[in-house]
Design a binder for this molecule. Sequence first.
Ligand code: FE
Length: 417
Amino acid sequence: MRLYHGDILFAPRLGELTALPGGYLAVEQGVVQGVSPHLPEAWKGCPVEELGRRLLIPAFNDIHLHAAQLPMAGLGYDGTSDEWFSRYAYPTEQRYSSDLPYAREVNRDLIARLKENGIMRSVIMCATGSESTRDLMEQLMESGLGAFVGKMNSDYGAFGEAQESHQDSCAQTLELISWARGKSEKVKYILSPEFIPAVSQEMLTFLGELAQKEGLPVHSHMSEGPADLELVAGRFPQEGWYGPVWDRFGLFGQTPTVMAHCLYVTGEELELMARRGVYIAHCPNPAQNVPSGRYLSVRKALDMGIPVGLGSDIGCGHTLSMLENMVLAVQGSKMLTKEKPLTLADAFYLATKGGGSFFGRVGSFEPGYQFDALVIEDESLTRHRDYTLAERLQRLVYCGDSRNISRRFCGGNEVFI
Ligand code: FE
């Protein structure tokens, strides 16, 4: 057993911070055994890693991003969402799918940026190409980071021509699943239909059956704006909305499921999500970069018992910084004047345990949790007066950046940048 001695802070529940100034955290075989404000008798004699007055917090988890879109983050936000797709997203994804040396560089860069930003686990949608997806999985396996990664399925032209044929999409998906099976504890395949308007009915059937048969998780988008809602209602008039369509095909919580955005979800869809434990990847950043006329009430979703985590949504979001995404989530919630806004402690919970729970016991320092942690060197932010640990977290999130992250751990192993 190994001990870490420092200023420990984590969010075991929404809105609740546990602070242990000068506390101890015990880790065995990568798993947290417990925390204590003092050195307990039973832990005496264990090797101690001295962190001084540095903060020790759970690492961040990003539960929705697009690997292929990293090179276009920040672009196309002045136009409409259609222009964003046709001028930026699709051409950028096509190059990633067809040019492997280029995709390798993008993947390498993405992993470096995830590490830099203290994101130890992520849910990543690649583009339609299978080689670039496999390369990302391989590089992630070497990196020590955890992730769910999937090749995007997009066999139905939502806004023009389909990006791939149905046959290729199915064959490549099956091939990747069998290649990835049993290869890594931390990096796993996730079924990734782009969104309902971009997949055929046959694809929904294929993926739903595959999810059940292989027990595979699901990652997609839903209810982003009026344009995609109209396409869903047009093709599936019986259901009319995303939730019941996903559900009919077994892609809505029958296996672990994460849906990004959910800006226009109905009350019934939210109830179904709560019942089925379907995660919302709340992406505060894209809702402001390419607005679609509505903003998600995270408070309402949380009050209903829906599991929620944060997503950067690179490249419709421009930053992988979970610190910035936490600020945006809090600020965004304050624009919804009828709702109780998110507190910083709420946003910290979403960025750690909220999204982390999609990966199992991840995102907290309670006993039995994976030791996914960040050591925070915040002397530059706290030199002028005394701050509580909760205030130091606020200083870090609002005024700090990735340079304040001095060490990173994933599943007990130190990850070096
Ligand atoms: Fe997205």
